[in-house]
Design a protein around this ligand. Structure first.
Ligand SMILES: Cc1ncc(COP(=O)(O)O)c(C=O)c1O
Length: 408
């Protein structure tokens, strides 16, 4: 039969993102395109032990749990984020979700009507853009510099379109890896307060920061979350979104939202319509791992950060290959991506096609901006590929760029 899709869904079904991800998986043997953490650092043995312990107790561990999520894990998150990230919150202000992606989807469905204006960073993550497009939002993209969102540009938009929400990832955004300065964090928060715009702070990459141990210990003081800054003054201007996907493992599908109870209640009700609750078993396993086993959470984060920094440094070294002579980039100090500006006149979609013929994929920048304006950029993922893949993949991209530049 012919199916009659809702008009918004048909837009999604023809999504470019969907199409290319599929091609990438079929045709290329090296992918620097994805949003995946390194599998070799998943604490698989410890998770196995935790799962055995959880499943060897009372059968009620397999029962439906609280729709808001397993209480002890919510309490653990509120304590740990208070201690390490300076965030004042409590378990009843936390909703556990199926990854941070579900939190983004729920808050959008709760607050955004068709045509409502929503500000995003330009560029921003493809996953966030898709949710906003599906909800029929009027997406307004505001430019960043290396310190974060530009306050002047933001205020212009606040005055002209009066948006409902600002989506931001101040700590190592996907795709740019920009880390907002403290001054910029304060300035953006101030503007949102002045114009009554709710901030959705996506901190999916906020634990992945590189540099010395000393810098790591000062991270949350030097770069407090917008939520922490706001909560210090008793505000409710920020909904914070976190995830264990990039720090423990994506398959646990555990993320969370922290914020005003009215928002958390609304999201929880919507979540009950979608899936009643996220896997209570996974949440109990995570709680056991983090709280009751000998797993060292802080040491695990430090390991990830050391290893990802090594991979980033390798990519930066490989950017000395001839094809990259005219590219521009700013090495990030955390996250999982390098955002590279191509030589003038070279389009990322065309380069992707040529690169895929050679056997490597990356994410074209156009997928990261609502009007596809970032076509002269590419995003390289350096967390998942190992040394050999990075070497070969970057060499192949260099070759593909040279093919184009030789024709000029
Ligand atoms: C910025 C950002 N937010 C959210 C997500 C969703 O991650 P998850 O749902 O696994 O927590 C991703 C995925 O990579 C992302 O890049």
């Amino acid at each position: 039969m012919e199916f009659s899709f809702a008009s918004r869904a048909s837009k999604l079904l023809s999504s470019h993102l969907h199409k290319v991800n599929k091609e990438e998986r079929q045709n290329s043997f090296i992918s620097l395109a994805e949003e995946l953490p390194a599998e070799e650092f998943f604490p698989i043995k410890r998770l196995g032990e935790a799962a055995r312990m959880v499943l060897s107790s009372d059968p009620s561990v397999l029962q439906y749990g609280e729709p808001q999520g397993y209480g002890p894990l919510r309490s653990w998150i509120s304590e740990d984020w208070k201690r390490r990230r300076g965030m004042l919150t409590s378990a009843d202000r936390i909703l556990l979700t199926a990854g941070s992606q579900q939190a983004i989807d729920l808050i959008t469905r709760l607050l955004v009507d068709i045509g409502d204006s929503v500000v995003v960073e330009n560029p921003t993550s493809p996953g966030c853009l898709q949710v906003l497009e599906m909800q029929g939002a009027n997406i307004i993209a505001v430019e960043n510099d290396l310190e974060g969102l530009l306050p002047d540009r933001l205020e212009e938009q606040f005055q002209s379109v009066k948006p409902k929400l600002l989506f931001a990832a101040p700590s190592f955004s996907n795709p740019t890896g920009i880390l907002w300065s403290l001054e910029r964090r304060k300035a953006v928060l101030e503007l949102c307060r002045k114009y009554g715009v709710l901030i959705i702070e996506d901190d999916s990459y906020g634990e992945l920061h590189f540099g010395s141990e000393e810098a790591a210990s000062r991270f949350s003081v030097s770069y407090p979350t917008l939520y922490a800054l706001d909560a210090m003054d008793g505000g409710n201007q920020v909904l914070y979104i976190g995830s264990f996907s990039k720090t423990i493992a994506p398959a646990m599908r555990t993320g969370w939202a922290v914020g005003d109870q009215r928002l958390i209640r609304g999201m929880s009700t919507l979540k009950q319509m979608a899936d009643w609750q996220s896997s209570s078993m996974n949440q109990q396993i995570l709680y056991f791992l983090l709280h009751e086993s000998s797993f060292r959470w802080k040491e695990h984060l430090a390991l990830l950060n050391r290893e990802y920094e090594v991979r980033l440094k390798l990519v930066l070294e490989l950017l000395k290959r001839p094809g990259f002579k005219e590219v521009k980039y700013h090495p990030p100090s955390g996250g999982m991506y390098l955002w590279i500006q191509l030589p003038q006149g070279l389009h990322s979609e065309a380069l992707l096609r040529a690169s895929m013929r050679l056997g490597v994929a990356f994410l074209p920048g156009s997928r990261c901006s609502p009007g596809r304006q970032a076509d002269e950029y590419i995003r390289i993922n350096f967390s998942r590929p190992g040394r050999e893949e990075l070497l070969l993949g970057m060499n192949l991209i260099s070759e593909a760029i040279q093919e184009f530049t030789a024709r000029r």
